[in-house]
Design a protein around this ligand. Structure first.
Ligand SMILES: Cc1cc2nc3c(=O)[nH]c(=O)nc-3n(C[C@H](O)[C@H](O)[C@H](O)COP(=O)(O)OP(=O)(O)OC[C@H]3O[C@@H](n4cnc5c(N)ncnc54)[C@H](O)[C@@H]3O)c2cc1C
Length: 396
């Protein structure tokens, strides 16, 4: 390690502080105590990773990015992405870390009223409460400007009508943060407004979607049928527009990158372990370059994506929402591609065992696709980079 004589900082500390590295090690140690076997056991039993969630909450990891005055750790998305990546790297990727502290926690911390912050943030930080996030609609899909969930004023409150799809964790969340639009801004470019909808609100119903994902968290189709909400269900300003939505969406992309990176690291580590010892000819299979090089390549691509994720988190935590947007998109893209490739290669490395339940890699084949689709597909990121970064003409 190189040490700067004047500042005493190590070169590595430019990328990650001592505290951040200590956080990585501590989270990894927690995750190791549970491990992949715990995650798989819970999933097979149709349960949730409640014990791990609660312990991570108690240790301050879930709330690491939330404000200190409301029970959080006062850190940034950098720290939260470290938590998710390290848990994923030991086989316990917690999807709700993306949705609860990163999206809904950030939006409430940045735009919520004092009362909303007091009501929600301490519980989101210590893990005793969860909040889901619903923006995707069946008829809008990737084109969020087409969402039609509508909020109309009703006396002092609001009435929400609409449909959502693929919303994760609604059954285990105390409430869902729903993205809609007001009646006055029902068509045209999206001017989003966000509402906290408690799980058991009359008119708010859910239907589980059967997925092939092998994850504890489930996805739901939601119907909002004249859901009556009080005035204080609205988070932020109904006219604030895309800015307050993006306050939550950039962390979502950075965290999805961390999710993919953790999973990719887990897969490569399992494959490397196997390739070191599995012997069918004279040498272990890892000595064959046809096995070693694909794993080395996967490792390189994960490391490159980690760097981009670090950049995106750094920009976001520094308050550069616009700069973070481009970097977060690129990080999510790179991490998702690296993860899908890493899992593909890891599964192949194990031969038949790549698909056995005992080795637990086969189920990652579908799970590793998620980051290429959600929260924004790889094609929409390539569109963004084509138009916004490169200045190419739009196709739509
Ligand atoms: C496991 C999982 C969890 C999810 N969790 C949540 C959640 O908690 N909350 C939530 O709101 N949503 C969630 N989603 C939804 C997710 O964000 C959407 O699936 C995603 O935005 C894509 O939308 P779509 O499925 O409607 O695909 P579509 O928009 O129908 O796209 C289908 C395909 O067409 C491509 N395509 C579309 N338009 C273009 C274009 N202009 N140029 C090039 N290609 C294009 C897309 O890239 C994609 O490959 C989740 C999805 C999954 C799979």
């Amino acid at each position: 390690m190189t040490t700067d004589q004047h500042t005493g900082h190590t070169a590595a500390a430019l990328l990650e502080t001592d505290e951040q590295r200590a956080l990585r090690a501590a989270v990894s140690a927690l995750g190791e105590r549970y491990g992949r076997e715990y995650f798989e056991r819970v999933r097979r039993a149709g349960g949730q990773t409640d014990e791990l969630w609660r312990e991570a909450g108690k240790l301050g990891y879930l709330g690491v990015s939330l404000p200190e005055e409301h029970g959080g750790g006062g850190g940034g998305i950098t720290e939260l992405s470290i938590v998710l990546e390290e848990l994923g790297a030991v086989g316990c990727p917690l999807l709700m870390l993306i949705v609860t502290p990163a999206i809904t926690g950030t939006v409430i911390a940045r735009f919520g009223t004092g009362e909303q912050k007091r009501a929600w943030l301490p519980g989101l930080a210590d893990g005793s409460r969860k909040m889901a996030f619903g923006i995707t609609e069946p008829d809008a899909g990737s084109n969020s400007h087409r969402i039609t969930t509508t909020a109309r004023r009703d006396g002092g409150g609001w009435v929400l009508t609409g449909r959502k799809v693929f919303v994760s964790g609604v059954d285990i969340a105390d409430a869902t943060l729903i993205v809609g639009r007001t009646e006055d801004a029902r068509t045209g470019r999206l001017k989003p407004c966000l509402f906290i909808v408690p799980r058991d609100t009359p008119g708010f119903s859910r239907n589980m979607i059967e997925m092939e994902l092998s994850a504890p968290e489930k996805q739901f189709e939601l119907v909002l049928d004249d859901v009556r909400l009080p005035a204080d269900a609205l988070v932020g300003d109904e006219d604030a527009g895309l800015l307050q939505l993006f306050a939550g969406l950039n962390p979502e992309r950075i965290m999805t990158a961390a999710f993919a990176l953790g999973m990719g690291r887990f897969a490569v580590a399992r494959a490397v372990d196997y390739a070191r010892t599995r012997q069918v000819w004279k040498e272990p299979i890892g000595a064959h370059q046809a096995i070693a090089h694909p794993l080395a390549e996967a490792h390189v691509e994960i490391e490159l994506a980690r760097l981009m994720t670090r950049k995106a988190a750094l920009l976001y935590d520094a308050g550069d929402d616009a700069g973070a947007g481009e970097a977060a998109n690129m990080a999510k893209y790179a991490a998702a591609e690296a993860c899908a490739k890493a899992v593909d290669r890891a599964v192949h490395t194990l031969g038949g065992n790549g698909l056995t339940s005992e080795y637990g890699l086969g189920s990652l084949v579908t799970a590793s696709r998620v980051a290429r689709i959600a929260p924004v597909s790889r094609e929409m990121i390539l569109n963004f980079v084509s138009h916004q970064t490169l200045g190419l003409p739009r196709s739509y």
